[in-house]
Design a protein around this ligand. Structure first.
Ligand code: SF4
Ligand code: SF4
Length: 379
């Protein structure tokens, strides 16, 4: 068995339906233990290639550029024409074409390549497109890169409102898009379908909702059984892959077991059992009733001027409120800032300035959530 491929819209690229999302590379610490080192990350990417994944997505912002370094090192021996390398740049932060070019060249250097197959504008908003990117002539800059063969295609990723994303799609300036989509979050289903209809390559991030769908939750048990899948993770990934408007699911792979599970799942190119549909819908409804926090642990809210580790505090709150793990949550909260592997400060140090809330792509009211965390765990 092998992972099926698909034409990635008008980029003309043939891509594996499972893509490697390198957001969490080059290293990872979990429950106080380093479970992935940069050396292991290189081995993980190589294993992904051996398992049949040919599309890799990173960004200049991931790991302060080190994600690109690891990805480039891992793929160096792979024939360049067979692998699809994508990276992202925060064009809205570039004040001029010269600055944009500087950051693009820096990405190429970190990746150790002459060209990238797709350059995505990272976290594009309609407002920054209209007020910064076009007036600064950044589109004319990437037109030169396209002509010179330094970039194969231009796309964008976004957390803007679905209506604004549709307006960005309507510009006709992009060949591919990355949007969030999973069993818990179908806000961008319409935008993805529109992108697909426009002939764009469509990739989704967060197919397992930042790990929230990777565990065992009784809400999904009936849907798992009726779908004939092994577990919740397989249900989540196959649900995404069976949508006609999804070309690629970018899984944020961080360990070998997860990589194996994802590749075996992606090899199954069949839709979930039709009889499971009502049970999936029921589980989604039950989850939405219960769900009040949807943090993907992306860390875009950091840094906090007072050192509060916002995602860690929210993880603790979610464990307690949504995953019936109050004891584990309390212990973890008490070790924040004490255990060097749970860095930063607790919600107690939050002054409510709101900076983190303004940076959160999920539009979470982090000030209120941190207040709730403090009330629940003290002191
Ligand atoms: S609070 Fe928002 S920005 Fe911060 S980690 Fe969670 S989802 Fe990301
Ligand atoms: S609201 Fe609180 S956690 Fe967020 S940036 Fe301000 S002080 Fe830090």
């Amino acid at each position: 068995m092998s992972i099926p491929h698909r034409l990635f819209g008008r980029t003309g690229l043939s891509v594996s339906r499972l893509g490697f999302g390198a957001m969490r590379l080059p290293s990872r610490i979990e429950s106080g233990v380093e479970v992935l080192s940069p050396g292991q990350a290189v081995a993980l990417v190589r294993q992904a290639w051996d398992a049949g994944i040919n599309i890799y997505d990173t960004a200049a912002a991931y790991g302060s550029g080190q994600s690109e370094v690891v990805l480039g090192a891992a793929l160096r021996e792979v024939p360049r024409g067979q692998v699809v390398i994508c990276t992202k740049l925060e064009a809205n932060r570039c004040a001029s074409r010269e600055e944009f070019r500087y950051w693009f060249m820096a990405s190429l250097a970190r990746l150790g390549v002459e060209r990238v197959d797709i350059l995505f504008l990272h976290g594009l908003k309609l407002q920054s497109w209209e007020e910064r990117i076009l007036p600064r002539g950044l589109d004319r800059e990437w037109a030169e890169w396209l002509a010179a063969g330094r970039v194969g295609s231009i796309g964008f990723s976004s957390h803007d409102t679905p209506d604004n994303v549709r307006n960005l799609l309507a510009t006709g300036c992009f060949a591919a898009v990355i949007l969030q989509y999973n069993l818990l979050d179908e806000r961008y289903a319409g935008a993805l379908a529109e992108a697909h209809a426009r002939g764009m390559g469509t990739a989704v991030m967060g197919p397992m909702a930042g790990g929230l769908l990777a565990g065992e939750d009784s809400v999904w048990a009936e849907a798992v059984t009726a779908s004939g899948v092994r577990d919740q993770r397989e249900l989540a990934l196959r649900y995404v892959l069976q949508q006609p408007f999804v070309d690629v699911a970018l899984a944020g792979v961080t360990d070998f077991a997860m990589l194996h599970h994802c590749t075996v799942t992606a090899e199954k190119d069949t839709p979930l059992a039709a009889a499971a549909r009502p049970l999936i819908a029921r589980a989604q409804a039950a989850h939405h009733c219960r769900q009040s926090i949807y943090c993907t642990f992306c860390k875009y809210c950091l840094p906090c001027p007072h050192g509060v580790n916002v995602p860690l505090n929210l993880k603790v709150l979610m464990l307690a409120e949504q995953h019936q793990a109050g004891v584990v949550a309390q212990r973890m909260y008490e070790r924040i800032g004490v255990d060097p592997l749970l860095p930063g400060k607790t919600a107690v140090f939050c002054t409510g300035c709101g900076q983190c809330a303004r940076r959160c792509p999920q539009k979470l009211d982090t000030v209120d959530l941190l207040h709730r965390t403090r009330r629940l765990f003290g002191p």
